[in-house]
Design a protein around this ligand. Structure first.
Ligand SMILES: [Ca+2]
Length: 549
Protein backbone atom coordinates (compact mmCIF):
# COMPACT_ATOMS: atom_id res chain seq x y z
CA UNK A 1 0.00 0.00 0.00
CA UNK A 2 1.42 3.36 -0.99
CA UNK A 3 0.36 6.63 0.49
CA UNK A 4 1.04 9.69 -1.56
CA UNK A 5 1.14 12.53 0.61
CA UNK A 6 1.61 14.33 -1.53
CA UNK A 7 -1.00 36.46 3.83
CA UNK A 8 2.21 37.40 4.87
CA UNK A 9 2.71 40.91 6.18
CA UNK A 10 4.89 43.47 4.48
CA UNK A 11 8.59 43.01 4.79
CA UNK A 12 10.35 44.92 7.47
CA UNK A 13 12.83 47.69 6.87
CA UNK A 14 16.32 46.84 5.78
CA UNK A 15 15.58 44.37 3.05
CA UNK A 16 14.48 46.70 0.30
CA UNK A 17 16.31 45.94 -2.88
CA UNK A 18 17.85 42.76 -1.63
CA UNK A 19 15.47 40.56 -3.55
CA UNK A 20 16.38 42.28 -6.79
CA UNK A 21 20.04 41.65 -6.10
CA UNK A 22 19.31 37.98 -5.70
CA UNK A 23 17.17 37.97 -8.81
CA UNK A 24 20.17 38.98 -10.86
CA UNK A 25 22.02 35.85 -9.80
CA UNK A 26 20.99 33.61 -12.61
CA UNK A 27 21.00 29.94 -11.88
CA UNK A 28 23.25 27.94 -14.14
CA UNK A 29 23.57 24.18 -14.44
CA UNK A 30 26.35 22.83 -12.24
CA UNK A 31 27.76 20.71 -15.02
CA UNK A 32 30.16 22.81 -17.04
CA UNK A 33 29.63 20.73 -20.15
CA UNK A 34 25.89 21.04 -19.90
CA UNK A 35 26.21 24.78 -19.41
CA UNK A 36 28.32 25.25 -22.49
CA UNK A 37 26.06 23.20 -24.70
CA UNK A 38 23.03 24.97 -23.32
CA UNK A 39 24.59 28.35 -23.94
CA UNK A 40 25.31 27.42 -27.54
CA UNK A 41 21.77 26.20 -28.05
CA UNK A 42 20.40 29.18 -26.21
CA UNK A 43 22.19 31.61 -28.50
CA UNK A 44 20.94 29.67 -31.52
CA UNK A 45 17.34 29.97 -30.41
CA UNK A 46 17.76 33.50 -29.16
CA UNK A 47 17.69 34.53 -32.80
CA UNK A 48 14.27 32.96 -33.30
CA UNK A 49 12.69 32.64 -29.83
CA UNK A 50 9.40 31.27 -31.09
CA UNK A 51 8.50 28.00 -29.43
CA UNK A 52 6.79 25.78 -31.93
CA UNK A 53 6.28 22.18 -32.91
CA UNK A 54 9.60 22.39 -34.69
CA UNK A 55 11.51 23.93 -31.80
CA UNK A 56 9.95 21.29 -29.55
CA UNK A 57 11.04 18.45 -31.80
CA UNK A 58 14.49 20.02 -32.00
CA UNK A 59 14.98 19.30 -28.30
CA UNK A 60 15.50 15.65 -29.32
CA UNK A 61 18.82 16.73 -30.78
CA UNK A 62 20.05 18.55 -27.70
CA UNK A 63 23.30 17.02 -26.46
CA UNK A 64 23.88 17.11 -22.72
CA UNK A 65 26.15 15.00 -20.56
CA UNK A 66 24.40 11.90 -19.16
CA UNK A 67 21.13 13.05 -20.72
CA UNK A 68 19.20 11.33 -23.52
CA UNK A 69 16.07 13.02 -24.84
CA UNK A 70 13.92 10.08 -25.88
CA UNK A 71 11.04 12.12 -27.27
CA UNK A 72 9.96 15.74 -27.64
CA UNK A 73 6.46 16.27 -28.95
CA UNK A 74 4.18 19.26 -29.16
CA UNK A 75 0.75 18.40 -27.75
CA UNK A 76 -2.21 20.62 -28.59
CA UNK A 77 -4.36 22.17 -25.88
CA UNK A 78 -6.57 19.54 -24.26
CA UNK A 79 -4.91 16.69 -26.14
CA UNK A 80 -2.73 15.20 -23.40
CA UNK A 81 -3.90 11.66 -22.62
CA UNK A 82 -5.00 10.93 -19.04
CA UNK A 83 -2.29 9.76 -16.62
CA UNK A 84 -1.98 6.10 -15.69
CA UNK A 85 -3.67 5.22 -12.40
CA UNK A 86 -1.36 5.54 -9.40
CA UNK A 87 -1.48 3.06 -6.57
CA UNK A 88 -3.65 0.59 -8.48
CA UNK A 89 -7.30 0.75 -9.39
CA UNK A 90 -9.00 2.35 -12.35
CA UNK A 91 -8.15 5.86 -13.49
CA UNK A 92 -10.63 8.74 -13.38
CA UNK A 93 -13.66 8.57 -15.68
CA UNK A 94 -12.98 11.93 -17.36
CA UNK A 95 -9.58 13.02 -18.63
CA UNK A 96 -8.20 15.28 -15.88
CA UNK A 97 -5.78 16.84 -18.36
CA UNK A 98 -8.48 18.08 -20.75
CA UNK A 99 -8.08 21.63 -19.42
CA UNK A 100 -4.34 21.87 -20.05
CA UNK A 101 -2.90 24.29 -22.61
CA UNK A 102 -0.56 23.22 -25.39
CA UNK A 103 2.75 21.90 -24.10
CA UNK A 104 6.01 20.67 -25.46
CA UNK A 105 6.28 17.28 -23.77
CA UNK A 106 9.84 16.07 -23.35
CA UNK A 107 10.78 12.61 -22.13
CA UNK A 108 14.33 12.12 -20.94
CA UNK A 109 16.52 9.35 -19.55
CA UNK A 110 19.20 10.47 -17.10
CA UNK A 111 22.28 8.36 -16.40
CA UNK A 112 24.55 10.03 -13.85
CA UNK A 113 26.10 6.62 -13.07
CA UNK A 114 26.55 3.45 -15.10
CA UNK A 115 23.82 1.81 -13.01
CA UNK A 116 21.38 4.73 -13.21
CA UNK A 117 18.20 4.70 -15.28
CA UNK A 118 16.19 7.77 -14.28
CA UNK A 119 13.09 8.57 -16.32
CA UNK A 120 12.00 12.16 -16.30
CA UNK A 121 9.51 14.34 -18.12
CA UNK A 122 9.60 18.07 -18.69
CA UNK A 123 6.48 19.89 -19.83
CA UNK A 124 6.93 23.31 -21.40
CA UNK A 125 3.90 25.54 -21.85
CA UNK A 126 3.61 27.28 -25.22
CA UNK A 127 1.48 27.56 -28.32
CA UNK A 128 2.61 25.78 -31.46
CA UNK A 129 3.91 28.31 -33.95
CA UNK A 130 3.30 31.17 -31.57
CA UNK A 131 5.06 33.08 -28.85
CA UNK A 132 5.93 31.58 -25.50
CA UNK A 133 2.45 32.41 -24.35
CA UNK A 134 1.40 30.70 -21.19
CA UNK A 135 4.90 30.36 -19.74
CA UNK A 136 5.42 32.40 -16.60
CA UNK A 137 9.17 32.40 -17.12
CA UNK A 138 9.77 30.08 -14.18
CA UNK A 139 10.63 26.44 -13.48
CA UNK A 140 9.05 24.06 -11.00
CA UNK A 141 10.60 20.77 -10.00
CA UNK A 142 8.42 18.06 -8.48
CA UNK A 143 9.07 15.06 -6.25
CA UNK A 144 7.34 11.76 -5.56
CA UNK A 145 5.23 10.40 -2.76
CA UNK A 146 6.06 7.40 -0.63
CA UNK A 147 9.05 5.41 -1.81
CA UNK A 148 8.87 6.52 -5.44
CA UNK A 149 8.75 3.96 -8.20
CA UNK A 150 5.14 2.96 -8.71
CA UNK A 151 3.66 4.40 -11.89
CA UNK A 152 6.77 6.39 -12.73
CA UNK A 153 6.73 10.15 -13.23
CA UNK A 154 3.86 11.77 -11.34
CA UNK A 155 2.07 13.40 -14.27
CA UNK A 156 -0.57 14.95 -12.01
CA UNK A 157 2.18 16.99 -10.37
CA UNK A 158 3.36 18.15 -13.80
CA UNK A 159 -0.17 19.15 -14.77
CA UNK A 160 -0.54 21.17 -11.56
CA UNK A 161 2.60 23.14 -12.44
CA UNK A 162 1.46 23.70 -16.03
CA UNK A 163 -1.86 25.11 -14.83
CA UNK A 164 0.11 27.83 -13.06
CA UNK A 165 2.27 28.57 -16.06
CA UNK A 166 5.43 26.82 -14.89
CA UNK A 167 7.77 24.79 -17.03
CA UNK A 168 7.49 21.70 -14.85
CA UNK A 169 9.54 18.54 -14.48
CA UNK A 170 9.24 15.28 -12.59
CA UNK A 171 11.02 11.93 -12.45
CA UNK A 172 10.47 8.35 -11.35
CA UNK A 173 13.16 8.50 -8.58
CA UNK A 174 15.38 6.23 -10.66
CA UNK A 175 13.44 3.00 -10.33
CA UNK A 176 10.10 1.46 -11.13
CA UNK A 177 8.24 -0.94 -8.87
CA UNK A 178 9.23 -1.66 -5.27
CA UNK A 179 12.47 -0.96 -3.37
CA UNK A 180 14.20 -4.29 -4.09
CA UNK A 181 16.84 -2.36 -6.07
CA UNK A 182 18.29 -1.28 -2.71
CA UNK A 183 19.70 -4.78 -2.14
CA UNK A 184 22.27 -4.64 -4.94
CA UNK A 185 22.27 -1.14 -6.45
CA UNK A 186 23.96 1.49 -4.26
CA UNK A 187 23.94 4.00 -7.12
CA UNK A 188 20.16 3.73 -7.39
CA UNK A 189 19.93 4.48 -3.67
CA UNK A 190 21.64 7.80 -4.38
CA UNK A 191 19.35 8.41 -7.34
CA UNK A 192 16.27 7.81 -5.19
CA UNK A 193 17.53 9.97 -2.36
CA UNK A 194 18.87 13.11 -4.02
CA UNK A 195 20.54 12.62 -7.38
CA UNK A 196 17.52 12.11 -9.65
CA UNK A 197 16.10 15.47 -8.59
CA UNK A 198 19.38 17.29 -9.11
CA UNK A 199 20.01 15.74 -12.52
CA UNK A 200 16.43 16.50 -13.52
CA UNK A 201 16.84 20.11 -12.48
CA UNK A 202 20.09 20.67 -14.38
CA UNK A 203 18.76 19.01 -17.53
CA UNK A 204 15.46 20.91 -17.30
CA UNK A 205 17.16 24.29 -17.10
CA UNK A 206 19.27 23.51 -20.17
CA UNK A 207 16.23 22.30 -22.14
CA UNK A 208 14.20 25.34 -21.06
CA UNK A 209 16.95 27.55 -22.37
CA UNK A 210 17.04 25.65 -25.64
CA UNK A 211 13.26 25.91 -26.09
CA UNK A 212 12.52 29.45 -24.99
CA UNK A 213 15.88 31.02 -25.74
CA UNK A 214 16.41 31.93 -22.09
CA UNK A 215 16.72 30.16 -18.78
CA UNK A 216 14.02 30.27 -16.11
CA UNK A 217 14.17 33.48 -14.10
CA UNK A 218 13.30 31.61 -10.90
CA UNK A 219 12.99 27.99 -9.84
CA UNK A 220 10.70 26.55 -7.17
CA UNK A 221 9.82 23.37 -5.34
CA UNK A 222 6.74 22.99 -3.15
CA UNK A 223 6.54 19.44 -1.88
CA UNK A 224 4.74 17.40 0.74
CA UNK A 225 5.32 13.95 2.20
CA UNK A 226 7.73 11.76 0.21
CA UNK A 227 8.57 14.67 -2.09
CA UNK A 228 10.16 16.52 0.81
CA UNK A 229 13.26 14.33 0.40
CA UNK A 230 13.75 15.90 -3.05
CA UNK A 231 12.97 19.42 -1.82
CA UNK A 232 15.20 19.41 1.26
CA UNK A 233 18.06 17.53 -0.38
CA UNK A 234 18.08 20.25 -3.04
CA UNK A 235 18.43 22.99 -0.41
CA UNK A 236 21.09 21.03 1.46
CA UNK A 237 23.23 19.56 -1.34
CA UNK A 238 22.56 21.71 -4.41
CA UNK A 239 21.86 25.22 -3.19
CA UNK A 240 21.94 26.68 -6.73
CA UNK A 241 19.13 24.47 -8.00
CA UNK A 242 16.13 26.30 -6.48
CA UNK A 243 15.38 29.84 -5.37
CA UNK A 244 12.57 29.06 -2.94
CA UNK A 245 11.38 25.79 -1.46
CA UNK A 246 8.24 24.90 0.49
CA UNK A 247 8.09 21.72 2.57
CA UNK A 248 4.89 20.44 4.15
CA UNK A 249 4.52 17.19 6.07
CA UNK A 250 8.29 16.73 6.39
CA UNK A 251 9.14 13.10 5.60
CA UNK A 252 12.82 13.32 4.77
CA UNK A 253 14.16 11.32 7.72
CA UNK A 254 13.16 8.06 6.10
CA UNK A 255 15.52 5.82 8.06
CA UNK A 256 13.81 6.97 11.26
CA UNK A 257 10.21 7.79 10.47
CA UNK A 258 9.78 4.19 9.43
CA UNK A 259 10.57 3.25 13.05
CA UNK A 260 7.83 5.56 14.29
CA UNK A 261 5.33 4.10 11.86
CA UNK A 262 6.12 0.56 13.01
CA UNK A 263 6.16 1.60 16.68
CA UNK A 264 2.60 2.87 16.48
CA UNK A 265 1.34 -0.27 14.78
CA UNK A 266 3.13 -2.50 17.27
CA UNK A 267 1.72 -0.51 20.19
CA UNK A 268 -1.83 -1.50 19.25
CA UNK A 269 -0.89 -5.02 18.13
CA UNK A 270 1.16 -6.22 21.08
CA UNK A 271 -1.72 -8.59 21.73
CA UNK A 272 -5.47 -8.63 21.13
CA UNK A 273 -6.11 -6.64 24.30
CA UNK A 274 -3.93 -3.75 23.06
CA UNK A 275 -6.01 -2.94 20.01
CA UNK A 276 -7.81 0.41 19.85
CA UNK A 277 -10.99 0.89 17.83
CA UNK A 278 -12.30 4.19 16.41
CA UNK A 279 -14.53 4.38 19.50
CA UNK A 280 -11.41 4.44 21.66
CA UNK A 281 -9.87 7.18 19.52
CA UNK A 282 -13.03 9.20 20.18
CA UNK A 283 -12.85 8.57 23.93
CA UNK A 284 -9.23 9.75 23.98
CA UNK A 285 -9.96 12.73 21.74
CA UNK A 286 -12.91 13.91 23.84
CA UNK A 287 -10.81 13.67 27.01
CA UNK A 288 -7.99 15.63 25.34
CA UNK A 289 -10.41 18.34 24.28
CA UNK A 290 -11.91 18.49 27.78
CA UNK A 291 -8.51 19.20 29.29
CA UNK A 292 -6.62 21.03 26.51
CA UNK A 293 -8.95 22.62 23.92
CA UNK A 294 -9.27 25.86 25.88
CA UNK A 295 -5.50 26.33 26.35
CA UNK A 296 -5.53 28.54 23.22
CA UNK A 297 -8.38 30.60 24.65
CA UNK A 298 -11.18 29.05 22.59
CA UNK A 299 -13.10 25.81 22.98
CA UNK A 300 -13.56 24.99 19.31
CA UNK A 301 -12.44 21.37 18.97
CA UNK A 302 -8.94 22.40 17.85
CA UNK A 303 -5.99 21.93 20.18
CA UNK A 304 -3.95 25.04 19.43
CA UNK A 305 -1.26 24.33 22.03
CA UNK A 306 -0.41 20.61 21.95
CA UNK A 307 2.89 21.13 23.77
CA UNK A 308 1.03 22.73 26.65
CA UNK A 309 -1.34 19.78 26.83
CA UNK A 310 -0.48 17.39 29.65
CA UNK A 311 -2.72 14.45 28.99
CA UNK A 312 -2.43 11.01 30.56
CA UNK A 313 -4.56 8.28 28.95
CA UNK A 314 -4.94 6.75 32.43
CA UNK A 315 -7.63 9.36 33.03
CA UNK A 316 -9.92 7.42 30.69
CA UNK A 317 -9.09 3.96 32.09
CA UNK A 318 -12.24 1.99 32.86
CA UNK A 319 -13.43 2.20 36.44
CA UNK A 320 -14.28 -1.08 38.06
CA UNK A 321 -17.31 -2.69 36.45
CA UNK A 322 -17.39 -0.35 33.45
CA UNK A 323 -16.50 -1.33 29.88
CA UNK A 324 -17.97 1.41 27.68
CA UNK A 325 -16.47 4.81 26.83
CA UNK A 326 -13.20 3.93 28.50
CA UNK A 327 -9.93 2.04 27.90
CA UNK A 328 -8.65 -1.14 29.53
CA UNK A 329 -5.18 -1.07 31.15
CA UNK A 330 -3.69 -2.71 28.01
CA UNK A 331 -5.26 -0.06 25.81
CA UNK A 332 -4.04 2.72 28.09
CA UNK A 333 -0.54 1.29 27.71
CA UNK A 334 -0.87 1.29 23.91
CA UNK A 335 -2.08 4.90 23.86
CA UNK A 336 0.77 5.94 26.15
CA UNK A 337 3.31 4.44 23.75
CA UNK A 338 1.78 6.40 20.88
CA UNK A 339 1.91 9.69 22.81
CA UNK A 340 5.49 8.94 23.88
CA UNK A 341 6.89 7.96 20.48
CA UNK A 342 9.60 5.42 19.65
CA UNK A 343 12.42 5.04 22.12
CA UNK A 344 15.73 3.20 21.78
CA UNK A 345 15.32 -0.15 23.53
CA UNK A 346 18.65 0.05 25.36
CA UNK A 347 19.40 3.75 25.87
CA UNK A 348 15.86 5.09 26.04
CA UNK A 349 16.80 7.85 23.61
CA UNK A 350 14.08 9.35 21.46
CA UNK A 351 14.23 7.80 17.99
CA UNK A 352 11.60 9.92 16.33
CA UNK A 353 8.40 11.83 17.01
CA UNK A 354 5.28 10.86 18.97
CA UNK A 355 1.74 11.61 17.84
CA UNK A 356 0.31 14.64 19.63
CA UNK A 357 -2.82 15.23 21.72
CA UNK A 358 -5.63 16.27 19.41
CA UNK A 359 -4.59 13.92 16.57
CA UNK A 360 -6.49 10.85 17.87
CA UNK A 361 -9.22 10.74 15.23
CA UNK A 362 -6.52 10.08 12.61
CA UNK A 363 -4.77 7.26 14.43
CA UNK A 364 -6.33 4.51 12.30
CA UNK A 365 -3.88 5.24 9.49
CA UNK A 366 -0.93 3.78 11.39
CA UNK A 367 -2.53 2.02 14.38
CA UNK A 368 -5.77 0.57 13.07
CA UNK A 369 -4.91 -1.73 10.19
CA UNK A 370 -4.50 -5.50 10.14
CA UNK A 371 -1.06 -4.77 8.70
CA UNK A 372 1.36 -1.89 9.17
CA UNK A 373 1.58 0.79 6.51
CA UNK A 374 3.25 -0.58 3.38
CA UNK A 375 6.03 2.02 3.29
CA UNK A 376 7.87 1.00 6.48
CA UNK A 377 7.45 -2.71 5.72
CA UNK A 378 8.98 -2.27 2.28
CA UNK A 379 11.74 -0.06 3.64
CA UNK A 380 12.74 -2.44 6.44
CA UNK A 381 12.64 -5.42 4.10
CA UNK A 382 14.90 -4.04 1.37
CA UNK A 383 16.88 -1.25 3.00
CA UNK A 384 17.37 -1.97 6.70
CA UNK A 385 17.14 -5.74 7.15
CA UNK A 386 18.04 -6.67 3.56
CA UNK A 387 15.75 -9.68 3.77
CA UNK A 388 12.98 -9.94 1.15
CA UNK A 389 11.31 -12.69 3.19
CA UNK A 390 11.17 -10.65 6.40
CA UNK A 391 7.86 -11.04 8.25
CA UNK A 392 7.09 -8.32 10.79
CA UNK A 393 4.89 -10.71 12.80
CA UNK A 394 7.52 -13.44 13.13
CA UNK A 395 10.41 -11.09 13.75
CA UNK A 396 9.20 -7.73 15.10
CA UNK A 397 11.30 -4.60 14.79
CA UNK A 398 14.18 -4.43 17.26
CA UNK A 399 14.56 -0.85 18.51
CA UNK A 400 18.26 -1.36 19.20
CA UNK A 401 20.01 -3.51 16.59
CA UNK A 402 17.68 -2.40 13.79
CA UNK A 403 18.45 1.23 14.60
CA UNK A 404 22.14 0.47 14.13
CA UNK A 405 21.32 -1.23 10.82
CA UNK A 406 19.33 1.77 9.62
CA UNK A 407 22.17 4.12 10.56
CA UNK A 408 24.54 2.44 8.06
CA UNK A 409 26.19 5.02 5.87
CA UNK A 410 25.20 3.32 2.59
CA UNK A 411 21.55 4.14 3.10
CA UNK A 412 21.88 7.67 4.46
CA UNK A 413 21.40 9.15 0.95
CA UNK A 414 17.65 8.59 1.44
CA UNK A 415 17.61 11.15 4.28
CA UNK A 416 17.59 14.92 3.85
CA UNK A 417 18.16 16.29 7.36
CA UNK A 418 21.46 18.18 7.08
CA UNK A 419 20.86 21.43 8.98
CA UNK A 420 23.68 23.32 7.27
CA UNK A 421 21.70 25.54 4.87
CA UNK A 422 24.28 28.33 4.77
CA UNK A 423 25.02 28.06 1.06
CA UNK A 424 21.32 28.04 0.16
CA UNK A 425 20.54 30.96 2.43
CA UNK A 426 23.59 32.98 1.37
CA UNK A 427 22.56 32.93 -2.28
CA UNK A 428 19.06 34.16 -1.37
CA UNK A 429 17.25 30.84 -1.08
CA UNK A 430 14.03 30.86 0.92
CA UNK A 431 12.72 27.86 2.87
CA UNK A 432 9.17 27.56 4.19
CA UNK A 433 8.69 24.57 6.49
CA UNK A 434 5.16 23.76 7.64
CA UNK A 435 3.97 20.70 9.53
CA UNK A 436 0.67 19.70 11.07
CA UNK A 437 0.24 19.02 14.79
CA UNK A 438 -2.28 16.35 13.81
CA UNK A 439 -0.06 14.56 11.28
CA UNK A 440 -0.78 10.88 11.89
CA UNK A 441 1.12 9.51 8.88
CA UNK A 442 4.64 10.84 9.49
CA UNK A 443 4.71 12.13 13.08
CA UNK A 444 5.59 15.83 13.05
CA UNK A 445 8.24 16.50 15.69
CA UNK A 446 10.87 15.86 13.02
CA UNK A 447 10.10 19.33 11.66
CA UNK A 448 10.58 20.98 15.06
CA UNK A 449 13.86 19.12 15.56
CA UNK A 450 15.06 20.11 12.09
CA UNK A 451 14.20 23.78 12.59
CA UNK A 452 16.01 23.85 15.94
CA UNK A 453 19.08 22.25 14.38
CA UNK A 454 19.09 24.75 11.51
CA UNK A 455 18.99 27.63 14.00
CA UNK A 456 21.82 26.04 16.00
CA UNK A 457 23.92 25.52 12.86
CA UNK A 458 23.19 28.62 10.80
CA UNK A 459 22.44 31.07 13.57
CA UNK A 460 19.28 32.92 14.45
CA UNK A 461 19.90 35.97 12.29
CA UNK A 462 20.42 34.15 9.00
CA UNK A 463 17.65 31.68 9.74
CA UNK A 464 15.31 34.60 10.34
CA UNK A 465 16.37 36.10 7.01
CA UNK A 466 15.78 32.96 4.98
CA UNK A 467 13.47 30.47 6.71
CA UNK A 468 10.03 30.39 8.26
CA UNK A 469 8.64 27.48 10.28
CA UNK A 470 5.06 26.83 11.31
CA UNK A 471 3.15 24.09 13.09
CA UNK A 472 -0.52 24.18 12.07
CA UNK A 473 -3.04 23.10 14.74
CA UNK A 474 -5.40 20.39 13.54
CA UNK A 475 -3.62 19.90 10.22
CA UNK A 476 -2.67 16.39 9.17
CA UNK A 477 0.00 15.23 6.72
CA UNK A 478 0.02 18.44 4.70
CA UNK A 479 -2.53 21.03 3.56
CA UNK A 480 -6.04 19.69 3.16
CA UNK A 481 -5.38 16.35 4.85
CA UNK A 482 -6.78 15.06 8.10
CA UNK A 483 -10.24 13.78 7.27
CA UNK A 484 -13.64 15.48 7.14
CA UNK A 485 -12.31 18.45 9.11
CA UNK A 486 -9.07 19.90 7.80
CA UNK A 487 -7.00 23.00 7.19
CA UNK A 488 -5.70 24.02 3.79
CA UNK A 489 -3.38 26.59 2.24
CA UNK A 490 -1.29 27.07 -0.89
CA UNK A 491 2.39 26.74 0.00
CA UNK A 492 3.60 27.63 -3.50
CA UNK A 493 1.82 31.00 -3.40
CA UNK A 494 3.46 31.80 -0.08
CA UNK A 495 6.98 31.26 -1.38
CA UNK A 496 6.21 33.07 -4.66
CA UNK A 497 5.05 36.12 -2.70
CA UNK A 498 8.07 35.89 -0.45
CA UNK A 499 10.72 35.49 -3.16
CA UNK A 500 9.20 37.77 -5.79
CA UNK A 501 7.44 40.47 -3.77
CA UNK A 502 9.28 40.39 -0.45
CA UNK A 503 6.06 39.47 1.33
CA UNK A 504 7.64 37.56 4.19
CA UNK A 505 5.30 34.93 5.64
CA UNK A 506 5.69 35.96 9.27
CA UNK A 507 2.21 34.56 9.79
CA UNK A 508 -0.42 33.27 7.40
CA UNK A 509 -3.95 31.98 7.15
CA UNK A 510 -5.30 28.52 6.52
CA UNK A 511 -8.78 27.74 5.28
CA UNK A 512 -10.88 25.71 7.71
CA UNK A 513 -12.91 23.00 5.97
CA UNK A 514 -15.63 20.70 7.22
CA UNK A 515 -17.14 18.01 5.00
CA UNK A 516 -15.67 19.62 1.91
CA UNK A 517 -16.96 23.12 2.66
CA UNK A 518 -14.95 26.05 3.89
CA UNK A 519 -16.37 27.24 7.20
CA UNK A 520 -13.75 29.86 8.00
CA UNK A 521 -10.07 30.61 8.24
CA UNK A 522 -7.46 30.52 10.99
CA UNK A 523 -4.33 32.40 11.85
CA UNK A 524 -1.09 30.39 11.94
CA UNK A 525 1.87 31.68 13.93
CA UNK A 526 5.57 30.99 13.74
CA UNK A 527 6.70 28.21 16.03
CA UNK A 528 6.83 28.29 18.99
CA UNK A 529 4.22 31.03 19.20
CA UNK A 530 0.57 30.04 19.18
CA UNK A 531 -2.54 31.72 17.79
CA UNK A 532 -4.43 32.81 20.90
CA UNK A 533 -8.11 33.70 20.75
CA UNK A 534 -8.83 37.26 21.83
CA UNK A 535 -12.57 37.47 21.09
CA UNK A 536 -14.98 37.63 18.16
CA UNK A 537 -15.88 35.13 15.45
CA UNK A 538 -13.79 32.01 15.99
CA UNK A 539 -13.64 31.42 12.23
CA UNK A 540 -12.14 34.86 11.58
CA UNK A 541 -8.32 35.01 11.71
CA UNK A 542 -8.61 38.55 13.08
CA UNK A 543 -10.05 37.07 16.26
CA UNK A 544 -6.64 35.57 17.07
CA UNK A 545 -3.21 36.97 17.82
CA UNK A 546 0.22 35.36 17.88
CA UNK A 547 1.59 35.04 21.39
CA UNK A 548 4.72 33.62 22.86
CA UNK A 549 4.00 30.72 25.13
CA1 LIG B 1 -8.98 25.46 20.93
Amino acid sequence: MRKTCGAGGPDRAGRAGRASIFLTRRVVPSSVTASLVALLIGSLYAQTPRPSADSCAALSKVSLTNVTVTSATFVAAGALPPPPARGGGAGPAANPFADLPAVCRVAVTLKPSADSDIKMELWLPGEAGGRASGWNGKFKGTGNGGLGGGAGVNLNALAAGIRRGYATAGHNTGHDGDSSYALEHPEKIKDFGYRATHEMTVASKALIRAFYGKPPRLSYMAEGGGGTIAALSSAQRYPDDYDAIAVTGMSSYLTRHTFAQMWIWQATHKDAASFLTPDHYRVLHDAVLASCDALDGLKDGVVGDPLGCRFDPATVQCKEGLTANCLTPSQVEAARKIYQGPKHARTGAELYSPLYPGSELGWAQLAGGDQPLGIPVEFFKFYVLRDPSWDYRVRPINYDSDVAASDRSEIQPVNAVDPDLRRFFTRGGKLLLVDGWADTAVPPKVAINYFNRVVATVGERQTRESMRFFMVPGMGHGPGTGGAENFNFDALSLIEQWKEHNMVPDQFQVGHFKDGKQVGARLVCQYPRIAFYRGGDGEDPASFECRAK
